[in-house]
Ligand binder design. Structure first.
Ligand SMILES: NC(=O)c1ccc[n+]([C@@H]2O[C@H](COP(=O)([O-])OP(=O)(O)OC[C@H]3O[C@@H](n4cnc5c(N)ncnc54)[C@H](OP(=O)(O)O)[C@@H]3O)[C@@H](O)[C@H]2O)c1
Length: 313
C-alpha cells in the first residue's frame, strides 16, 4: 500500500508517521520540516506516546510515483493550490481530506471523482520543525465516502488507519459528520482566537451566550441544506459540547488562534464563513457567525496584533 500526504504539517506529519509503520508513506511538506526529519527523524510527544519515526518526505512528489491513496492535510485555505500543483497525482486516485471546514471535499471533487471525507478531533501542536505534540483527543477519526455512503476502498483505508494504531471509525454520513465537526469549530475556534484563551475558558457565561447563538444559527443552515446531524436540536448539541467536547479538549488553543499569532490567514472562510455564505443562499440570517467572521478578518488585517497576542502556555 502506498500513501502520499500532501500539505503535511502538524496533522499530516503525525498521520504520515503513524501510517509509516504499516505502509509506504511519502509526505509532501515544507523544506524546513523535510530537513529536520532527515536529520533526526520525526518526533512525536504527548498522549499518543513518545516516539521517533523515519519516513520519506520532500517538498514535492518524486518523479513518476503513484499512490493508492492521497491524503490532503493542508489548511483549507491551501486546498485549491495543492490540488492544482499535484493534479497529476490526484487525478483518478482516492483522495482523503483530513482537514477542518466545509468546502474542501467540493474543491477536491473538481480534480478526482474518488473523494473520501474525514474528520479528526485531536489537538496537534508544533514543538519544533520535526516535532509535534498530541495534546487532546475528543473522539475517533471518521472516514466515509463523500458525499455519502461506504465502499470497499473506504473500508481498506479505515483498516489501514486501525493497523497503524489510530482510533478510527467508518461512517455512511460523512457530510453530517463534517458539519458536526464544523459546528464544534464554529462555536470554539473564532471566540477562542479573538479572546486568546483555550477552549476550557469558553464555558464562561458571557462566552457561552455567544456560543449558544452560533450553534442555533449553524443548525438552521444545516437543516436548510438537508444535513443529517448527530444531534436533534441545538440544545442537545450544546449539552454535548459543554459536558463532553469542551472538557476533553479544555487545554487546547484553536489553530485559528495560532494562525493569528503567526500573522497568517485563518480558515474562517471554511468555518463560520461557509455557514454565513450557505445561509445567505437560503435567505437565512446568521448575524452572530457573521460578526465573528468580521472580527477574525479584522484581526487578520492587523499585522501588529501578532506581537501583542498572548503567549500560549
Ligand atoms: N492542528 C490541529 O490540532 C488540528 C486538529 C484537527 C484538524 N486540524 C485541521 O487540519 C488541517 C491541517 O492543520 P495543521 O495544524 O496540520 O496545519 P499546518 O501545521 O499549517 O500544516 C499544513 C502544512 O501544509 C503546508 N503546505 C501548504 N501548501 C503546501 C505545498 N504546496 N507543498 C508543501 N507543503 C504545503 C503548510 O506550509 P506553510 O505553512 O508554509 O504554507 C503547512 O506546513 C487544517 O484544516 C486544520 O484546521 C488541525
Amino acid at each position: 500500500m502506498r500513501v502520499a500526504v500532501l500539505g503535511a504539517g502538524a496533522v499530516g506529519l503525525t498521520i504520515a508517521a503513524k501510517l509509516s509503520q504499516v505502509c509506504d508513506v511519502h509526505a509532501v511538506s515544507r523544506v524546513k520540516h523535510v530537513n529536520a526529519i532527515n536529520k533526526r527523524g520525526f518526533i512525536l510527544t504527548g498522549i499518543w506516546g513518545e516516539e521517533t519515526f523515519g519516513f520519506s518526505s520532500s517538498d514535492g512528489i518524486p518523479v513518476g510515483e503513484t499512490y493508492d491513496y492521497v491524503i490532503i492535510t493542508s489548511k483549507s485555505t491551501d486546498t485549491r493550490q495543492i490540488c492544482e500543483k499535484f493534479q497529476d497525482v490526484i487525478a483518478d486516485t482516492e483522495v482523503l481530506s483530513l482537514q477542518n471546514g466545509i468546502g474542501n471535499e467540493e474543491i477536491i471533487s473538481e480534480y478526482t471523482s474518488r473523494v473520501i471525507g474525514g474528520i479528526i478531533i485531536t489537538g496537534f501542536e508544533w514543538r519544533g520543525d520535526a516535532m509535534v505534540n498530541v495534546s487532546v483527543e475528543a473522539g475517533p477519526v471518521k472516514l466515509g465516502r463523500f458525499s455519502g455512503g461506504l465502499d470497499h476502498n473506504v473500508r481498506v483505508l479505515v483498516d489501514l488507519f486501525k493497523e497503524a494504531g489510530l482510533n478510527v471509525s467508518k461512517t455512511e454520513n460523512i457530510r453530517g459528520d463534517i458539519w458536526g465537526k464544523t459546528l464544534y469549530n464554529c462555536a470554539l475556534n473564532p471566540l477562542g482566537a479573538i479572546m486568546g484563551v483555550s477552549y476550557g475558558e469558553l464555558v464562561n457565561p458571557y462566552a457561552w451566550y455567544i456560543i449558544e447563538d452560533v450553534v442555533h444559527e449553524v443548525f438552521l443552515v444545516a437543516g436548510s441544506e438537508g444535513i443529517r446531524l448527530q444531534w436533534d436540536s441545538p440544545d442537545e448539541y450544546l449539552t454535548f459540547l459543554h459536558d463532553v467536547q469542551v472538557p476533553s479538549t479544555a487545554l487546547h488553543h484553536s489553530s485559528m488562534y495560532q494562525d493569528l499569532k503567526l500573522g497568517r490567514r485563518t480558515e474562517i472562510d471554511f468555518i463560520n464563513g461557509a455557514v454565513v455564505s450557505i445561509g445567505s443562499e437560503h435567505n437565512i440570517l446568521t448575524p452572530v457567525n457573521r460578526t465573528l467572521c468580521d472580527l477574525i478578518r479584522f484581526r487578520e488585517s492587523l499585522p501588529e496584533m501578532k506581537e501583542s497576542a498572548p503567549e500560549i502556555k
